[in-house]
Design a binder for this molecule. Structure first.
Ligand SMILES: *[C@@H]1O[C@H](CO)[C@@H](O)[C@H](O)[C@H]1NC(C)=O
Ligand SMILES: *[C@@H]1O[C@H](CO)[C@@H](O)[C@H](O)[C@H]1NC(C)=O
Ligand SMILES: *[C@@H]1O[C@H](CO)[C@@H](O)[C@H](O)[C@H]1NC(C)=O
Ligand SMILES: *[C@@H]1O[C@H](CO)[C@@H](O)[C@H](O)[C@H]1NC(C)=O
Ligand SMILES: *[C@@H]1O[C@H](CO)[C@@H](O)[C@H](O)[C@H]1NC(C)=O
Ligand SMILES: *[C@@H]1O[C@H](CO)[C@@H](O)[C@H](O)[C@H]1NC(C)=O
Ligand SMILES: *[C@@H]1O[C@H](CO)[C@@H](O)[C@H](O)[C@H]1NC(C)=O
Length: 478
């Protein structure tokens, strides 16, 4: 792993890394240098001034006081105030927008939407009291979760964005583990560390990875985080990427975990042949997949794995994750999928390990290798017509990597969605959906996931049959 150590890149390298024109990540170092310079000058001035004319001028003290004036704790009135000025946020009326008011949406959109811009961030006090206020200040107490969830996320953009995505469904019983990209400016890492020192259920993976839009290191980072939180109490884990927004409350996810029991949800699709090295040795024996091959049937050891595909976002039971770490050597297969020459490499590892029967706990035993698009883990408004950028067929009129970007126009859909998460929310396109969804979740305006919705998933149906003793492998219809 020596190639994934922390390294800060130059501004040009960071710009190069930007996936396309919409996301323009700018390094704040120039601004920082300018500030350091100005502060330095001010200090010199003060010292000179102080030495030369201490007696004459009595106002040095007040200047010093100004320099060390502590941050003032902000009261929790309007969540938007933590990240935006009142003037900026005056057009966002979440109640009206989620109520479907076209006028409210139009007024907000036409006035430019709320955006986080790296150059114009409000001062964010990072002491523990303020962090806690921002994340959970309006939720004075929590009731115990039956089945806590582990959120595992790979990140690289602004700290403010990640902080507010956490606060959306923060619960002290859950675990939140983050892996950070090594090209990210220092500020995200530093602030995430402050956050984790303040809230013990927020864990930062010390390794850094070279994430890119082809999906490299995504699986590796997720697994490294999972390893860090294996001995915490959780029942399902939701694996996420930087721009995913979770649509359900912790209580709703806990209920879902209870229904799913040992099963997991993910897409069940054929792997695309251009996304993996087809001529590699994909047998478990060739991959040295099992830590201990004794007792593993030859038919499993020597049959090439059928390469499967879902999305990178999956909802996995602890039962299955424990079994993965317990029984398998994950490094060789992680490296084989993470082929540096290929694109979209991060959507196959878990579906392949889950859908090929390997005798792991939590797997389904039926051989379900037909196409089943996942409509539970991630809501995505795909739009393959035309280039990225403006697109009148997107509700938000904006598209990136053939996916309509989430704007407040999607909030009504979210309130009765059967999906756990949605993609993509961009902090520098529209921050409004995060603020409003947070309010919706807190006020119980989002639906839980129904048992009916789960019935499309063969692993869930298989479990139900097994539980009442009517499962027959040969007769099971995927
Ligand atoms: C939003 O609109 C409702 C109803 O029109 C109003 O009562 C409420 O005060 C408004 N909220 C904000 C934050 O402006
Ligand atoms: C939401 O819509 C209902 C019915 O259309 C209306 O009675 C209510 O006042 C609206 N609430 C807000 C906050 O706009
Ligand atoms: C498991 O938990 C114990 C404390 O309960 C801790 O000391 C240990 O480091 C943890 N192990 C891992 C791998 O995180
Ligand atoms: C989960 O499944 C196991 C095995 O079928 C069963 O014993 C247990 O009662 C189930 N738990 C829940 C919460 O349904
Ligand atoms: C599973 O089904 C596929 C076709 O649907 C077949 O090619 C494959 O051999 C089967 N695997 C097992 C282990 O039965
Ligand atoms: C989920 O997808 C299946 C087909 O794969 C479909 O039959 C089902 O209606 C879908 N469910 C929802 C809630 O969209
Ligand atoms: C067993 O469970 C399945 C799925 O829930 C149901 O369709 C079936 O009727 C049940 N059979 C019996 C005998 O209870």
């Amino acid at each position: 792993m020596s190639n994934s150590r922390y390294k800060l890149l130059s501004e040009d390298e960071i710009k190069e890394y930007v996936p396309n024109g919409i996301m323009r990540i700018k390094d704040s170092s120039r601004l920082k240098n300018a500030l350091i310079f100005i502060c330095g000058m001010a200090l010199c001035y003060v010292i000179l001034f102080h030495v030369k004319s201490e007696k004459k001028m009595g106002n040095f003290k007040s200047f010093k006081e100004m320099l060390i004036k502590p941050f003032v704790t902000q009261k929790f009135e309007n969540y938007a105030d933590f990240y935006f000025t009142k003037d900026e946020s005056r057009f966002l009326n979440c109640s009206q927008i989620t109520n479907g008011s076209k006028d409210a949406i139009e007024s907000y959109v036409n006035n430019g939407r709320l955006k986080l811009e790296r150059e114009k961030l409000l001062k964010l006090p990072m002491d523990c009291e303020n962090i806690k206020t921002r994340i959970r200040g309006d939720i004075p107490s929590f009731s115990k979760l039956e089945r806590p969830i582990a959120f595992v996320r790979n990140i690289f953009t602004l700290y403010e964005f990640q902080e507010s995505l956490i606060s959306l469904n923060y619960h002290p019983d859950n675990s939140y583990c983050f892996s950070i990209d090594f090209k990210t400016v220092h500020r995200l890492s530093e602030n995430m560390l402050s956050l984790s020192k303040c809230l013990p259920n927020i864990i930062i993976n010390p390794m850094k990875y070279s994430f890119d839009s082809a999906g490299h290191f995504q699986d590796r980072a997720h697994f490294d985080c999972l390893k860090l939180i294996l001995n915490r109490t959780w029942y399902h884990t939701l694996l996420l990427q930087n721009y995913d927004i979770v649509l359900k409350s912790s209580e709703q996810l806990s209920d879902l975990s209870e229904m799913l029991n040992y099963t997991s949800i993910m897409g069940l699709e054929y792997g695309y042949k251009h996304r993996y090295k087809e001529d590699a040795n994909w047998t478990p024996a060739g991959l040295k997949l099992f830590k201990n091959e004794k007792g593993v049937p030859d038919r499993i050891l020597h049959t090439p794995l059928t390469i499967r595909k879902g999305l990178n976002e999956v909802f996995l039971s602890k039962t299955f994750v424990d079994s993965l770490f317990d029984k398998l050597n994950l490094d060789p297969i992680l490296d084989l999928f993470d082929n540096k020459e290929l694109y979209g490499v991060d959507e196959m590892l878990i579906p392949t390990l889950y859908e090929n029967y390997l005798g792991l706990e939590g797997q389904m035993t039926s051989n379900c290798t037909k196409l089943q698009l996942d409509n539970l883990t991630r809501q995505t408004d795909w739009n393959f017509n035309g280039p990225d950028g403006y697109d009148k067929n997107c509700k938000s009129k904006m598209k990136r990597h053939s996916i309509c970007i989430i704007g407040v126009e999607y909030l009504q859909d979210f309130s009765n969605s059967n999906q756990i998460s949605a993609n993509k929310v961009l902090d520098n396109f529209d921050f409004g959906p995060i603020i409003c969804l947070r309010q919706m979740i807190r006020e119980g305006e989002t639906n839980g996931i129904s048992e009916d919705a789960l019935n499309w998933s063969p692993q869930y149906r298989e479990m139900k049959l097994k539980q009442n003793g009517t499962y027959i492998k040969e007769k099971f219809e995927c």
